[in-house]
Design a protein around this ligand. Structure first.
Ligand code: TR5
Length: 129
């Protein structure tokens, strides 16, 4: 049986606008920590670590999730990861950090606009849940 979260997600057509579009368009506020012409990085509203930042492409271009990536997306995928490194440095995460991309229901993805989670500021455990 589908969980409540899965049922809610199933009702959202793939590629439909998400809450992140509203953040990009400044229709709702976000705590932005980094921005360039291609990506936006802002603090997660429900942090799972002392530092928890989301890095998203300003243009989704079909990238609802990593599983939908095409060759044309290679440049922005690299840009997202490199931006995570820049933000980690800016946030002072010298002792290490973790980047996560959740994909699909089993990956626990809830917002279908690709995003990199940057987590740090505490000792991480392995394996993740
Ligand atoms: O579950 P996945 O991997 O898809 O990650 C989505 C993330 O978006 C979660 O960690 C949420 O906590 C985060 N999120 C959701 C909202 C939101 C946000 N982060 C910042 N600001 C947010 N607003 C204003 N609204 C949200 N619904």
């Amino acid at each position: 049986m589908a969980s409540e979260k899965e049922a809610a997600l199933a009702a959202v057509p793939p590629g439909a606008p998400t809450i992140f579009d509203k953040i990009i368009n400044k229709e709702i506020p976000a705590n932005v920590v980094y921005e360039d012409e291609k990506v936006l990085a802002f603090r997660d509203i429900a942090p799972q670590a002392p530092t928890h930042i989301l890095i998203i492409p300003k243009v989704k271009d079909g990238l609802t999730g990593l599983s939908k990536a095409e060759e044309r997306n290679i440049e922005i995928l690299g840009h997202l990861l490199y931006s995570a490194k820049l933000v980690a440095k800016q946030e002072g995460l010298e002792d290490g950090f973790r980047v996560v991309i959740n994909d699909g229901p089993q990956g626990c993805q809830s917002v279908y606009h690709i995003h990199v989670h940057l987590l740090g500021g505490c000792q991480m455990n392995w394996p993740p849940g």
